[in-house]
Design a protein around this ligand. Sequence first.
Ligand SMILES: Cc1ncc(COP(=O)(O)O)c(C=O)c1O
Length: 421
Amino acid sequence: MNRRDFARLLALGGAVPFVTPEWSWAQGATLPPTPASPDEKFWLSVRDQFVMPKDLTMLNAANLCPAFGPVLETMYRLTKDMDQDPSSNNRAKLGNGRENTRKLLAEFLRVTPEDVVITRNTSESNNLVSTGIDLRAGDEVLLSADNHPSNHAAWQEKAKRFGFTVIDVPTPNPHPGFDHYVRAFTSAITSKTKVISFTHQTSTVGDLFPAKEICRLARERGILSLVDGAQSFGLMDVDLSDIQPDFYSGSSHKWVCGPKENGVLYINKSAQSKIWASIFSAYPGRVGVSRTFEGFGQRDEPTMIAFGEALTLQTKIGRAVIEKRSRELTQALMAGLKKIDGVKIWTSPDPMQTVAVLSFLPGSLDIRKLATALYQNDRIGCATRGGQDRPGIRFSPHFYNTHADVDRTIAAVKKYMTTGV
Ligand SMILES: Cc1ncc(COP(=O)(O)O)c(C=O)c1O
């Protein structure tokens, strides 16, 4: 083997196990600036930022969103860089990148980086709160009845251990109006109430809660407030400086369109002395509350940095524009479904009482069979809900959907309501 052949072999040996995939598929077309009145053409270019095939209509953002293509590219590029040189020297920049994501999160939620913890998801954030507050026998926690297990089962399980009491505030259907909830929480408060918690927008039927008013009520009575933001973070133009909760939680992999297993916990300065951290390990965050609350051991920093990239892309498109678009698509879908005989809609018809979670009972059709038919025959992805409590199909459109998706979906539901599944 001559020197040239040897050099070629070395090059090959280096390259073969780490074949660089073709990343053009993740990059998509350049995102144009958002016009003053965004049209379908603009939204199609937003759709091009995602790696989903064009014939797939995903209406399940409340469960899991695809990450923006550039987010995938960042994750891959930074992971490769880290694994090509795992030295602390090379990784120092990743720590800076993680702090940059904290800054972006703070800007996104209109708070300060000192109050932001980067967690794994909403479940973890909610549980850090329900485990971290000192509660004992005689104390009461008020919860809106329609909550995810991470904010319901979690409180109930901890009540068994610590002896406090969880009281559900009923969530009637249809949406009873914002004033109803302010009144319902007000009359459920007693001298024993220590925490109020609710979901900003419910994952079941998309009922919005008057977050600012309920948090104000809690604050005025010296009660801590936890807003589960899994269904508002990245969908609504959330302004925590206005809502002023004590705690707010969210996940990157839902409406933000960021990477999986990243999330946020906001802890208001005024509440920081009232909560204990539950996990202590190495490598905490560098500022404020993250120094005690974010010591989760070794983190996946490339992914945390990619989380920041998703926030930047959302901000570039425009947060208020995204909320408006998702609401508009949901309203168009609702208008079409309403016209189909036999469909019973659970979601509020008032666009101010909901954003982009739309649930309905498709007459007497088998829900699971309908969801399977929609996916297999029509390439429409949705969620199902069984049981007796508002069962049916849930569509949760987001800004990567188009009016063509909405029209196709209405036509498909109409077809199965007429022919059966
Ligand atoms: C209202 C609500 N809270 C919390 C969660 C939990 O989110 P994650 O699985 O990202 O922790 C969900 C998930 O759907 C949700 O809808």
